[in-house]
Design a binder for this molecule. Structure first.
Ligand code: ZN
Length: 440
């Protein structure tokens, strides 16, 4: 008779090849058995009756704002501890954290500081992006293969200081340094700057989408993909947001993978009337034509990953007049509830959602132990109740900044448990007692 550390019993599992009733046996942090395990015993049994058991879901795009360097950051906005708390409460088992902290993650020392913080504070697995700058190009090939690094991130637009790389020659030098897929914020910086002069401070928040227009997005993405082709360096285009980009990218699947944000699948221009500055993000929320195009791209397989672009700010910074208001939305905790609601409304299948939130990011970022519910994989699991009807409430949010444009939204489908490395990190909305540290 088999004995497991953890036995997930009685659920319907989303396996790569089928969706079926299937127990999951876990030992030493790994999945070791799949199938009917009714005779088995375990230290801990997780009752999954009436639940679906998914491979641990991944949010590949978060900004937890925390460098790990003592004396930096703002605990009233977000920390590694609170960000990963939000993740596991929201059914996310792994996040990939962006490098534009203060100080930014652009060298070996900053990587060491952040890894130490993750090992100490994180409640889920955390992969780390390294930012490319004009000054660290010769180090990128080494940095991208360091433990816990998920990718190099390039801000070709929409950043400031050292992290902005907006000229072709430097972009090409970055692409020729190293070999892993690079993740890009691709909005065209020159056009953004040019168009800024067309608007005045205090105009309606909906101007955001006029300023950072479709052409900014398309020009930037075309330039990155052309350079990626030239250098044969795989690219991942973050937060693709326009019908024109989706159309153009369809011919470039061999070199460029595609991320869509849940915001761009969920919101359209009316968000500015409803949420004002809380709708402001980059690239912007656009009109329904682009949202429809994003769903069409999800439906026919052109999209590889869905992320939240979780980017908390103090509410006072959000409420400044446009365009001085901070851009970015909290979202790691609401990503899965919103996606499950899209499943409930028939906009995509549960299997496609799992593909976008587990297998897809695992493939794009080469996270070989994650993304599929298979024997031998790291025991990361997300259990969901597809029929639960809930409202997203402010006091459920772990992020200290305390706001979300989705507070008050009613959804069908809710995370029931989160398992990270074989340990229960969340069950029925309550956190597990142990910190799980890094993916090692
Ligand atoms: Zn981002």
């Amino acid at each position: 008779m088999s004995h497991f550390d953890l036995l997930v019993r009685g659920g319907v599992a989303v396996l790569p090849w089928t969706v079926a009733e299937c127990d999951v046996g876990v030992r030493h942090g790994r999945i070791v058995a799949l199938g009917a395990l009714s005779d088995a015993t375990a230290d801990t049994v997780l009752d999954a009756r009436h639940l679906h058991v998914l491979p641990g879901l991944i949010d590949p795009h978060v900004h937890f704002r925390d460098s790990g360097v003592p004396g930096t950051g703002d605990p009233e906005v977000e920390t590694m501890a609170t960000g990963t708390r939000g993740a596991v409460l929201g059914g996310i088992t792994c996040v990939l954290d962006m490098p534009n902290t203060t100080p930014p993650l652009t060298d070996v020392a900053a990587l060491a500081a952040k890894r130490a913080m993750v090992a100490r504070d994180a409640l889920c697995d955390v992969g780390l992006y390294v930012g490319a700058t004009r000054d660290n190009i010769s180090d990128l090939a080494t940095l991208e293969t360091a433990p816990d690094v998920c990718a190099i991130k390039v801000f070709a637009g929409s950043s400031t200081g050292g992290l902005l790389i907006d000229d072709d020659l430097t972009l090409e030098r970055v692409m020729r340094a190293g070999s892993r897929r690079i993740a890009y914020h691709s909005e065209d910086e020159a056009r953004l700057r040019q168009r800024r002069a067309l608007f005045r401070v205090g105009e309606p928040y909906s101007r955001h989408a006029e300023w950072r227009d479709e052409r900014c997005a398309l020009l930037g993405t075309q330039r990155i993909v052309s350079l990626a082709r030239l250098t044969r360096r795989p690219a991942h285009i973050l937060h693709v947001s326009t019908a024109e980009e989706f159309k153009w990218l369809a011919a470039h699947r061999t070199i460029a993978t595609v991320e869509v944000l849940v915001n761009h699948l969920t919101q359209a221009s009316d968000a500015y009337d409803r949420d004002g500055p809380l709708a402001v993000m980059n690239p912007p929320i656009r009109d329904a034509r682009h949202r429809d195009a994003a769903w069409a791209a999800v439906a026919d397989g052109r999209v590889d990953t869905v992320g939240s672009d979780h980017a908390p700010h103090p509410i006072a910074a959000k409420q400044r007049p446009w365009p001085d208001c901070a851009a970015g939305l909290t979202g790691v905790q609401t990503l899965l509830p919103l996606m499950l609601d899209h499943v409930a409304r028939g906009r995509l299948s549960l299997a496609r959602m799992v593909d976008l939130m587990a297998a897809g990011p695992a493939q794009v970022y080469a996270l070989s132990e994650l993304g599929r519910l298979v024997v031998g994989a790291r025991a990361n699991l997300t259990l969901v109740d597809l029929r639960a009807r809930r409202m997203i409430e402010a006091d459920w949010l772990a992020s200290p900044c305390g706001w979300s444009p989705f507070v008050g939204t009613r959804v069908t489908g809710w995370p029931a448990a989160t398992v990270v490395g074989g340990r229960i990190a969340m069950r029925d909305g309550a956190l597990g007692s142990q910190s799980v540290g890094t993916n090692s």
